[in-house]
Design a protein. Structure first.
Length: 639
């Protein structure tokens, strides 16, 4: 009896299993949604509600599981032209807005984080179960090693002291779309390259870096896929080739990069049929670099475990020689990406071109130059310096070395009626030199003073004269005749061979002869030959009429002189009981003789009563000003 009591329940259980087993579904359990949802977050850096939307998306994304299958892309459209274009396509009218599945559903901004979370949950639930085309989507990416080498591979004419540089900003993006339907699928593929956290420093108003921040597309194109077929493609994406419109994405890193792919149905309002995402390289940064460089095989190791993406060669390379280099990249996990071998060829070096075009001209006579000038250039554009040889002997002695300009002015210690010889040796920065020909010129005789040959009234000018040498060494006295009826006193004594100088100012325009009378120790006197000078009136500035108007003060400025005035500055002031206040100022580029220029300034000015207006105008050594009384009637200035 006991055995029967035990066996009976067992038999019953077996019968139940036999009955129930055929009814159990042995197919794989399907996911509880039809597709993965895409959220495109249109936002900016200045609107308050954007921070709530951002926080809600972060919370949902990191707690999404199978209940909320979605990826999101953040379009910071006030910072990125590509984001701006995308939100225009989506029809954004206010920020923030989250567009789900290409705009099948939209959520505007919410005043709290909790409200935003609730709204987004609802939208994701509705989107995930809507009817979509049966599409499978795959995306991944592989980060490359060192790229964007400088000098570029196979470059020629490279300086012999280059700095090698590179970046680590490029990846290969792979994407494939499988059409599981029985008819052709017409789609548009987007693969968004995003920062996990903005590498560009774009923040919401919670001072939180924007996440899943869209930079630019890896793919943005139409695709037609036959029934049961697969479309796939790969593309290289380098942050150095993309920008937000003003700045390159040169701070992208592997571990901070996502690629989000979504396929939009061209035949169904361009709504998304499937979305997927791929985090490129978690825990791979920062990276270090090992650099090999040389012109021998194998390439010598020059530096390792450096975080810098540059290497300065600390010795001078050979001319016209090919060098090879490569950079291996090591990630934080200790994995190596071996670099390609690049090459470049150094430039040749030729000495500077022969110095030419001397001033004074070779063989010229009766000259008294203030400077020596010449031309010389380097065929490779190197910095050129010069040694100057100058003197009365042929060949001349060196007087100065290593000057950087192709002109030498001080001092040359002229003598009159003397032939001088000079030459230039040009050196490039690498020590190659070219010796120029010997040039010569003959100075004027000592029968006249020297100095400027034209000038303006009321300007002080300096003139000099070299006294003759006398064996006895007797002193000299001199008197200047300025040609305008004015003479100097007897000046001196001066030593034999000494240079004497004096200043003079002319008050009227005209042509004048400048002479010097010399009296020697024996009382003998003689006049030099005259130096002719033409004195112009020069620019003479006059302020004509001062005019007023609505918030406006203007003035007519005339050049009543006989010479152009350039870069004439003017200023208008107004004053009531306080110090003068600047109303406006400016510059007249050129004011020709007998020409009037009208200048003015419009500026808000309110009041009622009398006040002073002053106009100042200035050019180098001449100026003018004019002050008048004016009346302001609220905003209208009456003069």
């Amino acid at each position: 009896m006991m055995i029967n009591k035990v066996i009976a329940p067992i038999v019953i259980l077996l019968l139940l299993i036999i009955v129930i087993l055929p009814s159990i579904n042995t197919e794989p359990i399907e996911r509880n949604h039809l597709h993965t949802v895409l959220g495109e977050f249109g936002t900016n850096t200045v609107v308050t509600y954007c921070k709530y939307a951002h926080k809600a998306l972060i919370y949902l994304f990191f707690n999404r599981g199978d209940d909320y299958p979605f990826f999101y892309v953040t379009h910071v459209y006030d910072k990125n032209v590509h984001a701006y274009q995308r939100v225009k396509e989506l029809g954004l009218t206010t920020a923030p807005t989250v567009f789900w599945d290409g705009g099948w559903r939209k959520d505007l901004g919410s005043p709290t984080n909790a409200t935003a979370v609730a709204n987004y949950k609802k939208s994701i639930n509705l989107c995930k179960n809507r009817t979509v085309t049966d599409i499978d989507l795959f995306v991944d990416a592989t980060w490359l090693g060192a790229v964007n080498e400088e000098p570029i591979n196979a470059a020629i004419n490279i300086p012999i002291n280059p700095t090698l540089t590179w970046t680590n900003t490029e990846m290969i993006v792979n994407v494939s779309v499988t059409n599981n339907e029985a008819s052709q699928y017409n789609g548009h593929i987007h693969v968004y390259v995003c920062d996990n956290q903005s590498s560009m420093g774009w923040y919401d108003l919670n001072a939180r870096l924007y996440t899943m921040t869209f930079l630019d597309y890896a793919f943005n194109n139409n695709t037609a896929i036959s029934a049961g077929s697969i479309w796939k493609d790969s593309a290289n994406w380098d942050g150095m080739d993309h920008s937000n419109g003003t700045h390159l994405f040169d701070d992208v890193t592997e571990s901070n990069t996502w690629v989000i792919a979504s396929i939009f149905n061209q035949d169904n309002n361009k709504y998304s049929d499937e979305t997927t995402g791929f985090r490129v390289g978690v825990g791979t940064d920062p990276k270090t670099f090992t650099v090999y460089f040389g012109n021998t095989t194998p390439l010598p190791l020059v530096i390792e475990n450096t975080s810098k993406m540059s290497y300065t060669i600390n010795y001078t390379l050979n001319w016209n020689t090919t060098y090879y280099w490569k950079v291996d990249v090591w990630n934080k996990k200790g994995e190596k990406t071996e670099g390609k071998i690049w090459s470049f060829t150094t430039r040749n070096n030729n000495p500077p071109h022969n110095p030419s075009n001397p001033i004074p001209y070779n063989g010229s006579t009766n000259v008294l130059p203030s400077c020596l000038e010449w031309t010389s250039e380097d065929p490779e554009g190197d910095v050129v310096t010069y040694d100057v040889y100058f003197g009365r002997s042929n060949p001349p002695p060196i007087i100065i070395k290593n000057i950087s300009q192709n002109i030498y002015c001080s001092p040359l210690n002229w003598s009159f009626n003397t032939t001088y010889y000079w030459k230039i040796v040009a050196w490039d920065e690498y020590g190659a030199s070219t010796e120029g020909p010997i040039w010569c010129f003959t100075t004027i005789n000592n029968s006249l003073p020297y100095g400027p040959t034209e000038g303006f009234v009321e300007i002080d000018y300096t003139f000099c004269f070299d006294l003759p040498y006398n064996p006895e060494g007797n002193p000299y006295f001199v008197m200047w005749d300025w040609g305008d009826g004015h003479y100097s006193d007897w000046l001196g004594p001066y030593e034999s061979g000494e240079t004497v100088c004096a200043n003079h100012t002319w008050t009227e325009l005209g042509d004048y002869d400048i002479r010097i009378k010399i009296r020697d120790g024996w009382g003998n006197e003689y006049w030099s030959e005259p130096l002719k000078i033409h004195i112009y009136l020069g620019p003479v500035l006059k302020i004509e009429q001062i005019v007023g108007g609505f918030w406006k003060i203007g003035a007519e400025i005339t050049n009543v002189g006989d010479y152009n005035a350039t870069n004439v500055t003017w200023a208008i002031y107004y004053q009531k009981a306080t110090s003068p206040i600047l109303f406006g100022k400016g510059t007249i580029s050129t004011l020709h003789p007998e020409t009037t220029e009208y200048v003015y300034k419009i500026k808000p000015l309110f009041g009622l009563g009398w006040f002073n207006i002053k106009v100042d105008v200035e050019w180098k050594h001449t100026s003018a000003d004019k002050t008048i009384k004016a009346f302001i009637f609220f905003i209208y200035i009456i003069i």
